[in-house]
Design a binder for this molecule. Structure first.
Ligand code: PMP
Length: 442
């Protein structure tokens, strides 16, 4: 496949943008090779600068639940933009988006922001402000954006880069994050209830909050485990409440994607505070945090916890999010569930036929493929780190050569959309056997 225009663009980009990209995982560091530069997208397809048509299994890392360039979303965006692109004053559309989020989730009030990072940063400040406590518990392999205090054993690009540097599953963090900033962050193993209990015993009334991905999707997909009929999120919520701490569920990735109500629609656990992003912005910079009214009332201008944003609730982003949520009908979720299940079956069949050890895990329609051997499930980051990134890289490039664009890291989920029709699915299924053989040979 010709990628000469992407190569030239990457050369040019590297002279003016660190690593040539504006978000690290885009650089193909984990899988090698040159990232494709995208010229346009439509439905389930990306088109790169060389004109190659690629079936997109990233969907902008989650937001594009309806596929790319959905005509009705574009119409809503065009209409909003024609009325002006930013006012710095309240609009009715912000109220409608807040209402749409509240209608789908257990939160009672919402504050709109511009990125998932901003949402988690703000929600930690709020939790600390409310409780008067400093410490935060997070889980290794969970990524909550590049908030300093949460850049300790983070997943996604941090996991990808750390793994590449040979740092293994220990704390990767990042230079520039001070020891003082993460001193109040306790990192535990996901799904490890003994560890969480011990942390509460040790730190007790110093813990402001536990923050977790509602279902982990940034170390590959690791759903919350169930023990004796009790899900991990229920366990966390109960332990927080018994200790006067707040339970924060990060649904930036899962929200409005794995069901219309996110992971909450699957396990029904009511967090004190939640974060949202991706799908609710319809491909524009929009995110949110929310929670019980009595907690959200601590935010300025009502309460003392300061939080603000020039572009928060931006009218164009808000219109894209509202249109996306309006168009995300039960049929849309049923379709994404169906193609996700079918694809998982096909991937499993192809890898099994080629003799490639693997584990596929899902949270609703979000799934990922771990190239691990000797285990039949991946409950945490330490296990996820045991995967063969060499096999994944070979698999990734064989798929890309055949026009299928997978996440360029073994630590990421695979995202589908309502636009993934039979044609797109056939292309993926046709590409799988050769890619599985490439993984086996790696
Ligand atoms: N939380 C989760 C669970 C995420 O997956 C992400 C991004 N992948 C973020 C927070 C950060 O969002 P953003 O990239 O919009 O800052």
């Amino acid at each position: 496949m010709n990628d000469s225009a992407s190569r030239a663009a990457f050369e040019r980009a590297r002279k003016v943008i660190p690593g040539g990209v504006n978000s690290p995982v885009r650089a193909f560091l984990a899988v090698g090779g040159t990232p494709r530069f995208i010229a346009r997208a439509a439905g389930p397809y990306l088109y790169d600068l060389d004109g190659n048509e690629l079936v997109d299994l990233i969907c902008s890392w989650g937001p594009m639940l309806l596929g790319h360039a959905h005509p009705e979303v574009l119409a809503a965006v065009g209409a909003a933009a024609a009325h002006g692109t930013s006012y710095g004053a309240p609009t009715l559309a912000e109220v409608e988006l807040a209402e749409a989020i509240i209608e789908r989730t257990p939160v009672e009030e919402v504050r709109l922001v511009s990125s998932g990072t901003e949402a988690t940063m703000s929600v930690l400040r709020l939790a600390r402000g409310i409780t008067g406590r400093d410490m935060i518990i997070k889980f290794a392999g969970c990524y909550h954006g590049h908030v300093d205090a949460l850049l300790a054993a983070a997943g996604s690009g941090v996991a990808t880069l750390a793994h590449r540097a040979g740092a293994g599953p220990a704390l990767p963090g990042s230079p520039g994050v001070t020891a003082a900033t993460t001193a109040d962050t306790v990192v535990l193993s996901y799904n490890d209830r003994v560890g969480v209990r011990e942390a509460f015993t040790t730190y007790g009334d110093r813990i402001a909050a536990v923050i977790t991905e509602a279902a982990a999707g940034n170390m590959g997909v690791v759903p919350p485990g169930v023990e004796d009929g009790v899900g991990f999120n229920t366990f966390l919520a109960d332990l927080c409440h018994a200790n006067g701490a707040l339970f924060i569920s990060d649904e930036v990735m899962t929200g409005f994607r794995v069901t219309r109500s996110g992971q909450y629609g699957i396990d029904g656990v009511e967090p004190d505070l939640m974060t949202f992003g991706k799908v609710m912005g319809g491909g524009f910079p929009a995110a949110a945090f929310g929670g019980r009214a009595d907690l959200m009332q601590h935010l300025a201008p009502v309460g003392g916890v300061y939080q603000a944003g020039t572009l928060s609730g931006n009218p164009v982003a808000t219109s894209a999010g509202l249109a996306t949520l309006r168009l995300a009908t039960d049929e849309v979720y049923a379709h994404v569930d169906r193609v996700s299940a079918a694809l998982q079956t096909e991937v499993h069949a192809a890898l099994s036929a080629a003799g490639v050890p693997h584990v596929i895990q899902a949270a609703g329609n979000l799934f990922s493929v771990f190239f691990v051997s000797g285990v039949d499930s991946v409950p945490d980051y330490a296990t996820a780190s045991g995967q063969s990134t060499t096999a994944y890289s070979a698999f990734f490039h064989a798929m890309l050569d055949q026009g299928v664009y997978l996440p360029p890291s073994a630590y990421e989920g695979w995202f589908l959309s309502s636009a993934h029709d039979d044609g797109a699915m056939d292309r993926i299924v046709t590409a799988l056997p050769a890619a599985a053989r490439a993984a086996a040979a790696a």
